[in-house]
Design a protein around this ligand. Sequence first.
Ligand code: RIB
Ligand code: CA
Length: 314
Amino acid sequence: MSSMNRIPVILDCDPGHDDAIAMMLACASSELEIIGVTSAAGNQTIEKTTLNARKLMTFLNLQVPIAAGAPGPLFRKLIVAPEVHGSTGLDGPELPEPAVGLESCSAADLIARLVRTSETAVTLVPTSALTNIALFLTAYPELKDNIARISLMGGGVNGGNWTPAAEFNILVDPEAADIVFRSGIPLTMAGLDVTHKAIVTREDTEQFRLLGNRAGVLTAELLDFFVTFHEENFPQFGGSPIHDACAVAVLVKPELFTIRPMHIAIDTDGELTTGTTVGDQRHGFAPPPNTDVLMDIRREEFVRFLIERIGSLA
Ligand code: RIB
Ligand code: CA
């Protein structure tokens, strides 16, 4: 695909096992041009997620600028998820020591620099708390029109995972999510409605291992660790939900998904419901949609797609 038609994307991530798979899928998709990476605090502290992102970029030979994001949410204390991703944030596989440097600027400033210099409007792909995106939009409102879309993993209109009502990425920084969902920028939301169906089973994992390439083996090793939390806590899934890869896959293969335009608002102060992405599905009463919500996925095709794309990497 000529570079003229490729979609310039910036990955904002908190690797994180599923963030790592999302990054590999983006690297393997010639429809996309990754122009930068920013790290976010969420699955682990910013120090750990930044180190993990740099290690992954070294493994993938992804030579683009990376900047560390905010150390925590706009107003709240950071919550992390060692029970899911381990004490390093990417427990399981051995990764190379980082050979990619770190920009001295903030994530928001790097996003601004890349957006300003991009010939075409940029798509932001946050797969973590939305703190960096909110900081960018607040500091650089004049660049909003240079953002084509934000394709995010987060939320869910039928319940949460970290609380009964809220999904982790939104719950970590609800105020940041509120800024993003009120921004007027075209939004795609890969929430739990779809990601809890984007399951990779242990049998699927062996298909990645059998690819025999480095990326395939790494994916299998990531999944070997990631599945333990889900088998213990969500045995009904029958495997691991590859949450973050959905926010990338929808950009290159939207036909894998059922997509419903919907108005989404963020609860930022409910005693039991803070961090909820409230989807207004009332026919005839709902405000105009502000988000394309992924509601379903063709799982087997999704897995085949992941295997094929990751199989194309070194
Ligand atoms: O709730 C799932 C999300 O939280 C994913 O992005 C996962 O990586 C964690 O960040
Ligand atoms: Ca993530």
